[in-house]
Design a protein around this ligand. Sequence first.
Ligand SMILES: Nc1ncnc2c1ncn2[C@@H]1O[C@H](COP(=O)(O)OP(=O)(O)OP(=O)(O)O)[C@@H](O)[C@H]1O
Ligand SMILES: [Mg+2]
Length: 166
Amino acid sequence: ATQKRGFQKEAALELALRPLEADYDVIIVDCPPSLGIAMDAALYYGRRRRGEAAGRSGVVIPVLAEDSSATAYGMLAQQIEDLCEDLSLEIDYLGLVVNLYDSRRGYVATSSLENWKSLGDPKVLAVIGDLKEQREAVRKRMPLLSYAPQSDQAEAMRQVARGATR
Ligand SMILES: Nc1ncnc2c1ncn2[C@@H]1O[C@H](COP(=O)(O)OP(=O)(O)OP(=O)(O)O)[C@@H](O)[C@H]1O
Ligand SMILES: [Mg+2]
């Protein structure tokens, strides 16, 4: 019923990207760290399209091994659930990326990582430490995969890409 109401603000990003889609194999939308309309538009864009197999489109969620990140994840999951219900969508979780992981931060870090892993769905695509190459690449204004193609960080990015596009 919602579809028949005409233009939906959540569809704005899709309208903008539609002319480009045929030129790309994969489109990644980097979202702002807030749960507003930009996030909804990105989530809407990442929904499972009609006739599309499960897990081909969806969301990859970077998280930290910290309690505040678990709280933020719960808010995002609720927003995804609400959007799916309101607009009759299916949005697949492609996986989590645990970033800036450091077991030396102790029990909160190690138990948080276990909690992320124990979710099972979404699965943890990669656990990435605090690595220097990305910062260096930014300083040199180069893509990570050109600056340090064999680094652990580049390998982690490949692991995320493989896991999210299977
Ligand atoms: N695993 C990592 N190791 C080292 N540095 C990192 C790592 N992850 C991110 N950074 C650095 O932290 C900074 C912020 O990263 P990034 O812009 O990806 O964060 P963000 O959460 O997307 O921020 P925003 O909320 O502003 O979008 C960048 O300088 C980036 O290089
Ligand atoms: Mg960002």
